[in-house]
Ligand binder design. Structure first.
Ligand SMILES: [Zn+2]
Ligand SMILES: [Zn+2]
Length: 147
């Protein structure tokens, strides 16, 4: 269901790119996959929303990068001015991933789990934070994990 009320807003570090979400956001998955590590510099905290619920204020200022590989590949969107990573967009999905740290607070979201922990870097510490840890994509979130 697509609502009209702004549920959440966010943006990049320099303020060039802002976005609003009119609709529900998924709770946050923390992705430790190798691509997210390189893209974000560490694990990536990602929420997601229906593609049609997300409005980007300066879409011309978002640049998109796709890792070359087999099959349909997601593209990652970042601010062309400050480089902040903002979006994760897989063509086969109805949802678009949003870097949770770019949301304005309070987000009203909770962390839902760690995914792709099998690809975490060797310096990462995993303490028992009460969240499920999945070696790959979270099974409950299989239709829309961040990676
Ligand atoms: Zn920026
Ligand atoms: Zn990832």
């Amino acid at each position: 269901m697509t609502g009209t009320d702004v549920r959440a807003a966010g943006g990049c570090l320099c303020g060039e790119v802002k976005y609003v979400v009119r609709g529900p956001l998924r709770d946050v998955l923390i992705c430790h996959c190798a691509d997210c590590r390189r893209w974000h510099g560490h694990a990536a905290a990602m929420t997601s929303a229906s593609r049609g619920d997300v409005t980007i204020s300066a879409p011309e200022s978002v640049r998109w990068f796709t890792v070359i590989g087999d099959g349909p590949r997601p593209r990652r969107g970042f601010c062309s001015r400050c480089g902040a990573s903002l979006f994760w967009d897989a063509p086969e999905r109805q949802t678009i991933g949003i870097a949770a740290g770019t949301l304005e607070q309070p987000t009203g979201l909770q962390s839902a789990g760690h995914v792709y922990v099998s690809q975490a870097s060797d310096y990462e510490l995993f303490v028992d934070d009460g969240l499920p840890h999945s070696a790959g994509a979270a099974t409950a979130e299989a239709s829309y994990p961040p990676s």
